[in-house]
Write a protein that binds this ligand. Sequence first.
Ligand code: ANZ
Ligand code: ZN
Length: 909
Amino acid sequence: MSDDKRDKRDIRQDATAYDFRYIEAKWQRRWEETALFRVEERSDRPKFYGLDMFPYPSGAGISVGHCRNYVPLDVACRLKVMQGYNVLHPMGWDAFGQPAENEAIRLGRNPGDMVPEYAANYKRQLKLVGISYDWSREVNSSMPDYYRWTQWIFLLLYRRGLAYRSSNTAVNWCPQDKTVLANEEVVNGRCWRCNSLVEKRYIPQWFFHIVAYGDRLLEGLDTIQWPAGVKTLQTNWIGRSEGAEVDFAVDHRDDTIRVYTTRPDTLWGATFMVLAPEHPLVQTITVPARCAGVAEYQERAQRVSEIDRQSTERTKTGVFTGAYAVNPVNHQLIPIWVADYVLMGYGTGAIMAVPAHDQRDFEFARKYDIPIRLVYRESSEQSEDTMIAAVEHGGVMENCGPFDGLPNDKSTVRKVIEYLEQRGIGAGRVNFRLRDWLISRQRYWGVPIPIVHCAQCGIVPVPENELPVLLPDVERYQPTGTGESPLAGVPEFVNTACPTCGGPARRETDTMGGSACSSWYFLRFADPHNSTAPFEKSVVNYWLPVDMYAGGADHAVGHLLYARFWTKVLHDAGLIEFDEPFQRYRNQGMVLAYTPGREVRKDEAVSSTGDLEADSEDPLEDWKVLLPEEQATVPESLWVWRWTKMSKSKRNVVTPDEMAEKYGADSLRLFTLFIAPYEDNVHWTDKGIEGAHRFVNRVWRIWTELRASYLTGWRDELPSIKARTELNAANSVDVIDTWGESERKLRRKLHQTIRKVGEDLESFRFNTAVAALMELTNELSSYRNAHGGRDHSASQAVLLSEIVETLPLLMSPIMPHVADEWWESLGKQGSTFKQSWPAVDAEAAAEDTIVIVVQINGKLRERMEVAAGTSKEEAERLALECDKVKSALIDKQIRKVISVPGRLVNIVC
Ligand code: ANZ
Ligand code: ZN
């Protein structure tokens, strides 16, 4: 049908058919033509910044799973607009990095060509679902107008001593993706993108000094409203610990071994020391006779993963170096061992071992027959010979020289630290589990690091006025695997002049990992087209912090930590006024699809997971999806169906395109919201969306029927009806009294629903908001059945018109296409998006009666129903008259009555 014919039919006002395909296309076109979602900057209205994590354009399209990310926040933002807020709701593309590049490699395409196509398709789909993004603010992190500023911020970090190059840190290397990874990108020892086991390598790398912000990253958590689980993940990841560093002299040598301990008070119980196999002193101190054995052990330790080394399950192993250290507090000689349960990357890479009080040390000492010495006990029966595990708490200190008799607690630890400091053998110190953020990647598809290496001047930052350092267009961009970026093979890029001395120099050829790009995009959205600065301070200070951030919890210790860090640095540099970017953050559950698979041996599952979607799934899964092409080869009797994350690689994706075609975007939106609480994982079924679709049809039918009466009669009469009712009110004839009980009930339901939907949408209780709308529809339907026909009394007409005019507004955030179509068919102008959210008539919404809980000594005795507005005294009198209360009070003396008006009466005897 041509648009022209459609518009004609539209004028006919076909009252019954719910032609969602037509309606949705029509309104999406209108919204676009009128730039409905364009944000006006700095109105005098309060602001609200609602932000979705911008996606990687790494798949040909989005699934209904992604809709669960975007629809709920869209609903919240639409509500905010109607409530009178100035709302920023932008979208863009996290386009650089492994996700998109891996997809391009898979397809044999150039990422520079592929990414814009993918982004365009995502955008088309998001429009299809009716998301209210202001597309005039779209950003793409792989475009020079954006990454120029990512480079600019890199240089800012560099100037502030927060970006550095280091060559003496072991780094994570992904053999499949042929790049190093940040610790945050290693999940259970595997690459976050391709699931390969990560290896250790020593390659010079660029780091951001995030550890310097460890304390502030912890403290800031108290100032933001985030899910407790995510805060805990960050707290543990940062892993702040307080203790001391203590120096031990190596016997008969000049060397000292510095250890980090959280329990310096147990120094008197240290009976050996352990060095990590990678510790630089191992070679130096090992006695000649033991060199071969130690070297062999070091070699073996190389092949054990960090995770295994930290496992409490693993049997401890180690070798003796033949050397001894001097315990600085009692001058005893203790043997120095090498063992892989001590990690080079934490503390100083060396420990004093206290087997009596540390379980790892205990197991080690028992295995190698090393003495154990208690410095406190939980009970007098405990002894070194009989103990079967380390004693971790309790008792008072003993065998501790000057500290004997003190309690085994923090205060003693502090005293011991003072003692060590006075004698110059140790000092208090705070340690973080958090490591510096490794940012360089040996990959093509990323922001070039704006650094030049000059033989004369060393590391030289590219001057700001030479930014951006452009990523060159190349034919061959695939990772090399040599530890060098493919850019190293592009002489035009590499060879340059030193900005300082003008001599020949080489550009840094590593690029930044994608997490740099996503660490500031939320700022750029405030001022996306600025060509002279990353953003203007005042604009960012107006819009930020983000009021509501929505996205997956899998970013808890990666993106969410990095973005907080950059924000703090930009704050410290005076560029912004706030230092937490996301005031509130919520993470939605995943969408699961029922998927056929087969059971597999664990090791097989490991080698066969090549999931480019990076499901944070357990690599040790014992089940594997049967891809369509494999289904023919496995008999159906062996198929095992499971609920599993909807993802492209599992080929279990349902697209919004299919659903919009079959049921309409409004049904998809409603279903997405209704299916489960926001945080829960949901099980996708076609039956479910059919149910949602039936509801949309039903409410459409009911509303259109009512509208017919409105158009044929009430609308014209309404002014006079209203005048009459107002007159009645003025003459203090209670208008309500001219209504029947059912009208009063229906109007109460309407206003209770307005209140509930508003409150629920605001606090992300989308499913209960939808349920409230369904209840209202039911009441409306029963009212219509009981009072059918079009000959409504004047007061009924007033009520029904109110409902006819309110429903489009009430439905607007959730079903915006239906809402706008209704609105227009009432003869009203524009979109419901620009209308005010309906006001609650509190009086109408009030219940006639309320329930008051009656307790005796805090125990529930009765729930009594009383008239709303009953006074405190009256409620107390009524409570004492309840039969159950009376009988319970026989022979008892009432001491006092405590009550909470409208809620509770508690009788104390
Ligand atoms: C002696 C001691 C006695 C320790 C005791 C604990 C209990 P957190 O809390 O995680 O900071 N340690 C230090 N560096 C290590 C490394 N590189 N690899 C493995 N273990 C290391 O833990 C600090 C404690 O872990 C330190 O305190 C040290 O053992 C050990 F009753 O020192 B403790
Ligand atoms: Zn130079």
